[in-house]
Design a binder for this molecule. Structure first.
Ligand code: 5AD
Ligand code: SF4
Length: 440
């Protein structure tokens, strides 16, 4: 054994996927995982750059790991992911204790680069945004004991929403070959995974040219849904401008495709949407929601919203609240606009002050809490199917999710991990539901 490694993963599910890829390579190289950074000989921080707050979190963790290294100088530290991609060499200059900077386009070269760090004692920054998607790597038994798995089906983004740094740190859109994705799904299922979430910044743009012709996203979903053993299939994230009728039809046709879609709207004002470069109107978005609900009435719809975008007026903000009241999202992830260097929005005038952004965010979040709770309460007295993920946080119950992605906790005396069970919902909260087991 070469020592212990610890990976701290921040940000989105794509980072979680990349962290697993790195973890598998480290196991193969003779390292052993630990949850405790103080025990580790190699610490990887997989970072997110989407908002300033996420960056601050990564740098404060880096500070704590550097403090550990001062007591254990042999420890190696790696910054991985979106901040690494964005800052590159500069990080090595700013933090002399840092050994490795590995950008999002270099994840698959990790083994080779780690070798340079260990065998030649070099400090390395690798941030070329190479257009090769990650090759499949599902180490036998690495995922055993887990119920849910992720597969990145495409990387990058070509949309350039004016506020967003992702196109700069994840590069241009590139789809993985369908056969690699199918092989990875089969491997995950063979290790006991029941639910697979397909990942991409914009999954609707998936396109792979294979012997059988061009495979687009609905065609990929149809193929994957036939992989034996996939009980639940999900995907994230879709861009409203590319949500096709064919994809909407998939929600009616594919039995194991979960009735949930995460469809980020970002604002309810057409003027703001235009400046965000989103290429759809609030009317078009509402039309999509109606079509989704007609096609699969039980579908849960979740979204992302940004408040305080440059130039957002009181009227624009009211339109956002109005859209929320009309649509009634099952859940909403909301953020204060955060300036990102190099984006078009950074160069816009009429930036809002922190106080206005904070007060709008809190008004929006309290409205959403009411909506979420009232939607969850509609489930009281109903029985739902739950895929059991493990013991609940407090450890006295089991926890899992409905196909609409709502958390359900319930008491159960036997091991229910990975089972689909029926639970009668007794009480709804904002973040979870509590119930009693009906059948196992
Ligand atoms: N400021 C605030 N929120 C942002 N997001 C992306 N970029 C920014 C930014 N500069 C939000 C969007 C996106 C989610 C992942 O993060 O809502 O959908
Ligand atoms: Fe960012 Fe827009 Fe691409 Fe999403 S679609 S990753 S918000 S640029």
């Amino acid at each position: 054994m070469l020592g212990y490694y610890h990976i701290a993963t921040m940000g989105c599910q794509m980072n979680e996927y990349d962290s697993d890829y790195l973890g598998q390579l480290l196991l193969d190289s003779g390292f052993y995982p630990t949850d405790n950074p103080a025990r580790a000989d190699l610490v990887l921080i997989n970072t997110c750059a989407v908002r300033a707050k996420a960056e601050q979190k990564a740098f404060s963790l880096l500070g704590r790991i550097i403090a550990l290294k001062k007591r254990k100088p042999h420890v190696k530290i790696a910054m991985v992911g979106c901040i690494a991609q964005k800052e590159g060499e500069r990080l090595l200059k700013r933090f002399p204790e840092l050994d490795l900077v590995l950008g999002t386009g270099e994840i698959e070269r990790f083994g080779e680069i780690l070798n340079l760090v260990y065998s030649e004692g070099r400090r390395v920054s690798a941030t070329e945004l190479r257009p090769d998607p990650i090759p499949p790597l599902s180490k036998k038994d690495y995922f055993r004991g887990r119920v849910k798995g992720f597969i990145t089906i495409m990387q990058g983004c070509d949309n350039f929403c004016s506020y967003c740094i992702v196109p700069y740190v994840r590069g241009r859109e590139i789809s993985r070959p369908t056969r690699d994705i199918l092989a990875e799904a089969e491997n995950l299922v063979s290790q006991g995974i029941k639910e697979i979430t397909l990942l991409g910044q914009n999954v609707n743009s998936y396109r792979s040219v294979e012997d059988a012709g061009t495979i687009d996203f609905p065609a990929l979903l149809r193929r994957l849904s036939r992989v034996e053993g996939i009980v639940r299939l999900r995907f994230t994230t879709s861009h409203p401008k590319d949500l096709s009728d064919d994809l909407i039809r998939c929600f009616a046709e594919i039995p194991n495709l979960c009735p949930h879609i995460h469809l980020p709207v970002q604002s309810g004002s057409n003027a703001v949407l235009k400046r965000m470069n989103r290429h759809y109107s609030r009317e078009h978005y509402m039309e999509l929601v109606s079509r989704l609900r007609e096609t699969r009435p039980a579908i849960a719809i979740t979204s992302d919203m940004i408040v305080g975008f440059p130039g957002e007026t009181d009227r624009d903000f009211e339109l956002t609240l109005d859209l929320m009241q009309k649509i009634r999202f099952d859940n909403l992830f909301s953020f204060k606009y955060s300036d990102r260097k190099g984006t078009a929005a950074e160069r816009m005038d009429d930036k809002l002050d922190e106080e206005t952004k904070s007060s709008r965010l809190s008004i929006l979040q309290s409205l959403q809490r009411e909506i979420t709770l009232s939607k969850n309460r509609e489930l009281e007295g109903q029985s739902v199917e739950v895929l059991v993920e493990g013991p609940s946080k407090k450890g006295d119950q089991w926890t899992g999710r409905t196909d609409t992605n709502k958390v359900v906790n319930f008491p159960c005396l036997s091991n229910a991990l990975g089972d689909i069970v029926k639970v009668l919902i007794e009480k709804a909260f904002i973040n979870s539901l509590r119930g009693a087991l009906v059948t196992k």
